[in-house]
Ligand binder design. Structure first.
Ligand code: KIV
Length: 268
């Protein structure tokens, strides 16, 4: 029985203000939404990583709005109290703020509480447009999978001073535009923790070290189901656990206590 009150944006802000870490996992269907919600995961991300994890593709680029709408609907049906974030897929927000609005509104109507979009600079006016019209937005900087070909593959971002300064100024610009959360992916832990200390909104890290205001992992990675060699910063929480429920509970506990991630194995 899940006695938790629904997690709201207000609650996420309270957690951030109190220094409580936010535990987020990707989720793509109703069955896992039930398990993750019951285990106390604060936020479920219907990530476009489903293109790789569920559909077996090499990148997220072919994921469609129909795919995202379907999986958002499934997660919303299984979830009771967690905050649900749906990814805007490649091509659904780049052309204009109006196109972004139409597609974001569709995901909200399927049961998302917030949408996430990738990139900085040009995205700030799009974020403002959505937020002013009532849609909470999560920004995503660092390694942004929809730009994998422009970035030259799955590479750490923000390593040099110029890159790090650019990411920092883009993050502040997105927060000024009204983004309420920021996911930062595959950046040096020192850079991420300096950003998390100065940004007024929670910074959720993936491959960004333990200094962030919360963590997100791809569900199948943290259950040891990823194809190929897992990235260094991923931990298999099912290894040694009594089952999926216990593995997810361990993830939540370890994020909250900062036992995960371990900067010593982070590697950058
Ligand atoms: O799509 C996704 O799963 C994501 C996470 C990697 C943050 O964007």
């Amino acid at each position: 029985m899940n006695s938790r009150k629904p997690v709201t944006l207000h609650r996420l802000r309270e957690m951030h203000a109190a220094g409580e870490k936010i535990a987020m996992l990707t989720c793509y269907d109703a069955a896992f939404a039930r398990v993750l919600d019951r285990a106390g995961v604060d936020a479920l991300l219907v990530g476009d990583s489903l293109g790789m994890v569920l559909q077996g593709r090499d990148t997220t680029l072919a994921v469609s709005m129909d795919d995202m709408a379907y999986h958002t609907r499934c997660v919303a049906r299984g979830n009771r109290t967690a905050w649900v974030i749906a990814d805007m897929p490649f091509g659904s927000y780049q052309e204009s703020a109006e196109l972004a609005w139409r597609n974001a509104a569709r995901l909200m109507q399927e049961g998302a509480h917030m949408v996430k979009l990738e990139g900085g600079g040009w995205t700030a006016p799009v974020v403002r447009f959505l937020v002013e019209r009532g849609i909470p937005v999560c920004a995503h900087l660092g390694f942004t999978p929809q730009s994998v070909h422009r970035l030259g593959g799955y590479r750490v971002q923000g390593r040099d001073a110029a890159q790090s300064e650019l990411l920092n100024s883009q993050a502040h610009e997105l927060a000024d535009a009204g983004a309420a959360l920021l996911v930062i992916e595959m950046v040096p832990s020192t850079m991420a923790s300096a950003l998390a200390d100065t940004l007024p909104i929670p910074v959720i890290g993936i491959g960004a070290g333990s200094g962030c205001g919360g963590q997100v992992l791809v569900l199948h990675d943290m259950l040891g189901l990823s194809s190929g060699q897992p990235l260094k910063f991923v931990r298999d929480f099912l290894n040694g656990a009594a089952g999926i429920d216990a593995a997810v509970r361990r993830y939540v506990t370890d994020v909250k206590s900062t036992a995960f991630p371990d900067n010593a194995v982070h590697g950058f």
